[in-house]
Design a protein around this ligand. Structure first.
Ligand code: BGC
Length: 350
């Protein structure tokens, strides 16, 4: 069984638990019931030294502050942005929370900022579950989401999402971990090497809302088709980047047939830690924490959670596919049929 402990209590009195899974190498992940989140993830460097490779906090309440970036939390029902906080699906209009500007971000955050139940657990896995009634935050269908995390003996953290609804509906789950493979959150991620297996990105307007157009990456500062440092061009002006923020964009992965593919590689060469991201979803959001405050915010064991200290690699359907289902690759949830998607974070020490 995973090792259970008490994480803490939210301001409203909700108790949050932690579940720790350790593999035969001693690498481990701690998962929290809040937002079915990854609270810590200890992976070895090339000398076998374990360090925590995700940002986060020592107190569960801090995770519920949307300005602190959804650290390690699951996002549902629909990740990223929805233009005008409404959409039409199967001829019916749905209105979602307008929690940023004139749009919806991360569906208002309810899936991330509430406690999930633990449905099942074993030596190497924990499955979290959350029920969302028809109409919650404007979405249709009595909807249940399960998130199963498995930590394998070869240092793979597998995240399997399953959704079941009594009505046809939409789902775009992701996990919002910020990786810093140095294990030192005081180091920016600009020195990490990154590759993303994409030739196109989704073009966005001034509000970072997708327009339906795809832009070619080749020759732009956004091109990560070969491994290079995140910091190399992060501040180069580009139409899809907000000055000073840096990368916060969706990349269109090469395969669009909903089968597991390698999406990205992240490397921290000083420690030898490397992570490969695999997903069966067609998109990945690269977000380098550019909206996090430049001021110190106390994170775990006093490491900072701040500007550019972690790289989020959020596997997803392209943002706002709800308005572009005619041209973006997307699948919807069919009544009574389990809808599944999987993402793997595979770790290596080189
Ligand atoms: C968004 C960012 C946002 C972050 C935290 C990312 O998915 O693209 O703009 O700041 O989530 O909410």
């Amino acid at each position: 069984m995973a090792e259970k402990s008490i994480f803490g209590t939210l301001a409203d009195g909700t108790k949050i638990d932690l579940y720790k899974i350790t593999n035969k190498n001693g690498a481990y992940v701690t998962l929290q019931t809040l937002g079915a989140g990854i609270q810590s993830l200890y992976m070895p460097d090339r000398n076998g030294k374990l360090s925590d490779v995700v940002l986060g906090f020592d107190n569960p309440q801090d995770y519920t502050n949307p300005d602190l970036g959804y650290q390690g939390l699951v996002v549902g029902r629909w990740a990223n942005r929805i233009r005008d906080a409404k959409f039409t699906f199967n001829g019916k209009q749905y209105t979602t929370p307008m929690n940023q500007g004139q749009w919806t971000l991360h569906s208002g955050g309810r899936f991330s900022f509430t406690a999930w139940e633990v449905d099942e657990e074993g030596d190497d896995f924990v499955t979290f579950k959350r029920f969302s009634p028809d109409g919650e935050d404007g979405f249709g269908g009595n909807f249940t989401m399960w998130v199963k995390y498995t930590l394998t003996d070869d240092n793979v953290l597998r995240v399997e999402y399953t959704v079941l609804s009594d009505e046809d509906t939409v789902a775009n789950p992701t996990n919002h971990a910020y990786f810093n493979l140095s294990g030192n959150p005081d180091e920016t991620v600009e020195g990490h090497y990154l590759q993303i297996n994409a030739d196109y990105f989704t073009e966005t307007d001034d509000d970072q809302l997708t327009t339906g157009e795809l832009g070619e990456l080749k020759g732009t500062m956004m091109d990560f088709s070969s491994l290079h440092k995140i910091g190399d061009k992060i501040d180069e002006p580009f139409r899809a980047i907000i000055d000073g923020i840096g990368y916060d964009n969706n990349y269109c992965l090469r395969s669009k047939d909903f089968t597991l593919q390698q999406a990205a590689i992240l490397e921290h060469r000083e420690s030898g830690r490397k992570m490969e991201v695999y997903t069966d979803l067609p998109g990945i959001q690269l977000y380098c924490g550019g909206w996090l405050s430049k001021d110190y915010t106390a994170g775990k064991e006093n490491g900072a959670v701040k500007y550019r200290r972690g790289a989020a690699l959020e596997t997803q359907f392209y943002p706002d596919s709800l308005h572009h289902a005619d041209c973006f690759p997307v699948k919807f949830v069919k009544a009574g049929e389990p809808f599944k998607t999987v993402t793997e974070f595979r770790f290596f020490a080189e």
